[in-house]
Design a protein around this ligand. Structure first.
Ligand SMILES: [Zn+2]
Length: 221
């Protein structure tokens, strides 16, 4: 993939490779979630198990890989949890607000269609235990992987309320493929400043793609 700044930065992803043609599409992520349409969304059915087993520093993010067995059900359709990774500052904004950290819980159905649950974190005075469990196994060097001492359940990094916003978007990294269902948790989760700093220090640079145009999309609430 490209970087976030410079010649291979996010503004130039589409020109880096013919595979990245989608990066200039009309349904790109991230966005500023605003102008919501009341939609009476059906609850997401979360079925998360212990399954997070390793933490990877790929140079662009910190990612926890999950074994099979955790899933969500959306409109009666099942998506398996593959991995969770983080962005600082947040990629999506809510009503113009940027958050210091955002998690993306990436799921795929049996045909490879993607659904991403996004969680916003804000800075408070309390360290967050779920984040602590991941950060304590965070490899400092790009390309390194570390085993988690115990399998983790991703429920531990979600807010209590599972109310969400919904829209159609894309991957936020090349090839920027569209057709991704975005499910952004309405409530944010508190983490402490040291936890935000620890992530930023390991990555050395911000890893958020700039906000993309909403165009004719509806943001449902
Ligand atoms: Zn992401």
């Amino acid at each position: 993939m490209g970087a976030y700044s410079g010649q291979t930065g996010s503004e130039n992803w589409a020109t880096l490779s013919a595979d990245n043609f989608a990066c200039t599409g009309k349904n790109q992520s991230p966005i500023n979630l605003t102008g919501f349409i009341e939609a009476d969304l059906t609850p997401i059915k979360f079925d998360y198990q212990q399954g997070g087993h390793e933490v990877i520093n790929n140079g662009h993010t910190i990612q926890v890989n999950f074994n099979e067995g955790s899933s969500i059900e959306l409109d009666g359709h099942s998506f398996n949890l593959l991995q969770v990774h983080f962005h600082a500052p947040s990629e999506n904004h809510i009503n113009g607000k940027s958050y210091p950290l955002e998690a993306h819980l990436v799921h795929a159905d049996k045909d490879g269609n993607l659904a991403v649950v996004a969680v916003m974190y804000e800075q408070g005075s309390l360290a967050h235990d779920g984040i602590k469990a991941i950060w304590s196994s965070m490899p400092e060097k790009a390309g390194e992987t570390q085993k988690l001492p115990a399998m983790m359940n991703v429920s531990g990094i979600l807010p209590k309320s599972r109310e969400y916003y919904r829209f159609n978007g894309s991957l936020t990294t090349p090839p920027c493929s569209e057709g991704v269902q975005w499910l952004v948790m309405k409530d944010s989760v508190v983490v402490e400043k040291q936890q935000i700093d620890a992530f930023v220090n390991v990555l050395h640079e911000s890893n958020n793609r700039p906000i993309q145009a909403i165009n004719s999309r509806a943001i449902l609430k």
